[in-house]
Design a protein around this ligand. Structure first.
Ligand code: ADP
Ligand code: MG
Ligand code: MG
Length: 211
């Protein structure tokens, strides 16, 4: 599909579905190196997002209208680290997506802005075992795909694939940001929950683009 407002809506609904489907798994990951609420936090947040999307009047016209609604809803309904991090990501992404349709450069800009938002908020860099380790390779893969002439849907697909690999690559890392950092060396050997949920959300974006 064209990456228009209908895609943004589908991506949002699909994210809610996927996060809810993986609720237990995200809780279990967070139980291992955090406080066990990540799956619950995101399910609550995205459920609220879908409720507000259903009630949104007038209907959104720009991709950024949808992303802004996701941002403000996640910020106000998700406690803990993930709410402000994802909220800032969507807010920055919304600002660069004030358009009815995204081309491949537009998708790259959206993803870059989201990563910048996460970094601005959380001050993490790569290798610290956070969602940044999923988003950074996602952005790099998106840039490479766009440079190679990929269309917008293929750019999102490349980003999703790189995010999944980036999330898996958090397993051996020692956390130095967020709650998992309290465990020190004992955080190694576990998949970071925020990187895992980021990979799910980006895969949802790709699945909506190819639907
Ligand atoms: P909390 O840790 O407050 O319970 P969540 O469990 O919802 O919040 O989210 C935890 C996830 O947030 C981590 O797995 C990690 O990916 C991400 N995270 C935590 N702190 C940071 C940070 N400073 N920068 C980037 N991501 C972070
Ligand atoms: Mg937690
Ligand atoms: Mg918590």
């Amino acid at each position: 599909m064209t990456l228009d407002v209908a895609w943004a809506i589908d991506w949002t609904r699909r994210s809610a579905r996927v996060v809810t489907e993986h609720r237990e798994e995200l809780i279990e990951l967070d139980r291992q190196i955090g406080d066990g609420d990540h799956g619950e936090n995101l399910t609550r947040g995205y459920t609220a997002v879908v409720a507000r999307l259903d009630a949104l009047e007038p209907a959104p016209v720009l991709v950024g209208d949808v992303l802004k609604l996701v941002a403000t809803t996640l910020m106000s309904t998700v406690g803990g680290a993930a709410g402000p991090l994802y909220g800032t990501a969507y807010l920055r992404a919304a600002k660069v997506s004030a358009t009815p349709v995204l081309d491949s450069a537009g998708v790259v800009a959206l993803l870059e802005a989201a990563l910048e938002g996460i970094v601005a908020r959380g001050k993490a860099t790569t290798g610290e075992k956070t969602m940044v380790d999923a988003w950074t390779p996602a952005v790099e893969a998106a840039v490479a795909a766009a440079d190679a002439g990929a269309d917008a849907a293929a750019v999102v697909a490349a980003a999703a694939q790189a995010a999944a690999a980036g999330a898996q690559a958090t397993i051996p890392l020692v956390a130095t940001k967020g709650r998992a950092s309290y465990l020190g060396e004992r955080s190694a050997g576990h998949l970071d929950p925020g990187a895992a949920s980021s990979a799910l959300i980006l895969q949802a974006a790709a699945d909506s683009a190819s639907a």
